[in-house]
Design a protein around this ligand. Structure first.
Ligand code: HQG
Length: 181
């Protein structure tokens, strides 16, 4: 299967595993998992012919490691980014002194009023490196980077989680902990 086909399937998997499993008449378990066989079968019935080895390629090569298999390889889920209710079971983690959040310039005024809010997602997404933040912000327009004083937030009692692929998650970032460009 060529790269563009894999990318198309990968985007569809994000839709199914994070937002709308119902497009394939599927239901994820409370932790966001679905059986690989069930998923592949449902995709097949939807005219999306994907073999197990193609799925393995997508999981392994996805640029942001968006998906993961269970240890026994029988189940698959998205690592983060859900809008449907799932309990990802991430442990809280101690963040570094600062983390970054990339946004677009048009959101900046609103962010200075409300802080960073999670919107449709379960959490606000932060990254440990500037390059990732810039890329995330660039998806929305002209990128603008906020630095988040994460160590101070953790000391003040905010819970931080980190996913297997280095995305940091937090409920909300009040303006007190934001530093602009
Ligand atoms: C902005 C992608 C106005 C926020 C990425 C962002 C990431 C506010 C947008 C992951 C606001 C939400 C998440 C406020 C936050 N007023 N705008 N008070 N607070 N915003 O896509 O962080 O490709 O839901 O700055 O790489 O851009 O899905 O969040 O611009 O890791 O794997 O509201 O999604 O990963 O946009 O991206 P999003 P995000 P995936």
């Amino acid at each position: 299967m060529d790269t563009s086909q894999l990318k198309r399937h990968s985007k569809f998997l994000s839709l199914v595993l994070r937002h709308k499993p119902e497009v394939l008449s599927l239901q994820l378990d409370p932790q966001g998992w679905i059986s690989v066989d069930t998923l592949l079968q449902a995709m097949q019935q939807n005219g999306r012919h994907l073999q197990r080895n193609d799925l393995e390629t997508i999981v392994a090569e996805n640029n942001k490691q968006r998906f993961m298999f269970s240890e026994d390889g029988q189940m698959i889920r998205a690592r983060q980014g859900h809008s449907i209710k799932v309990d990802l079971g991430y442990e809280t983690a101690v963040p570094p002194q600062t983390l970054y959040h990339g946004t677009a310039t048009r959101f900046v005024d609103s962010i200075w009023k409300q802080g960073l809010i999670k919107g449709n997602r379960h959490h606000v997404h932060l990254s440990a490196d500037l390059a990732t933040a810039r890329q995330v912000g660039g998806r929305h327009g002209k990128p603008y980077i906020f630095t988040v004083r994460s160590e101070e937030m953790a000391q003040a009692g905010f819970a931080f989680f980190v996913t297997g692929n280095g995305v940091w998650l937090v409920e909300h970032v009040p303006t007190d902990y934001l530093v602009g460009e």
